[in-house]
Unconditional design. Structure first.
Length: 106
């Protein structure tokens, strides 16, 4: 094999490696963005920043993934008289990213 081919292969492998690494982190980062875009912080705080209704710190330890998802999609199915706004129409990817982000709040 020519040296140039070996170098090109090396660069391609490196690029794929970087892409995979970034990809793994991006779910949680995207979820943080959805949290900001949907203005969850109007009511919720994380690390003391945001609304005073309820802190979401530790929600990743308190609730299962499925419970977090339900709270977002249909809060009333978790607590009949809750004042939390429902988000039934979030795109599937946004919802799963958001749940992944909240699950990191231990
Ligand atoms: C209008 C205010 C409001 C908004 C906006 C809001 N929430 Fe809530 N949320 C609440 C309240 C209040 C509770 C506590 C449940 C209760 O007692 O009614 C709650 C509960 C939760 C819980 C359960 C927490 C636990 O530990 O039991 C999760 C998870 C949650 N909210 C996530 C979100 C996310 C994610 C968003 C944005 C997409 C959001 N909330 C937007 C008011 C809000």
């Amino acid at each position: 094999m020519k040296p140039a081919v070996i170098i090109i292969c090396g660069v391609v492998l490196l690029a794929v490696g970087v892409a995979i690494t970034l990809g793994l982190d991006s779910t949680v980062d995207q979820g943080r963005e959805v949290y900001a875009m949907q203005k969850c912080a109007l009511c919720h705080s994380v690390s003391g920043i945001g609304g005073k209704k309820m802190a979401l710190d530790g929600v990743g330890s308190r609730l299962k993934l499925e419970e977090i998802r339900k709270w977002i999609q249909s809060p009333r199915s978790m607590k009949a008289d809750t004042t939390m706004k429902a988000y039934p129409n979030l795109p599937r990817k946004d919802l799963s990213d958001l749940v992944a982000y909240l699950a990191t709040l231990k």
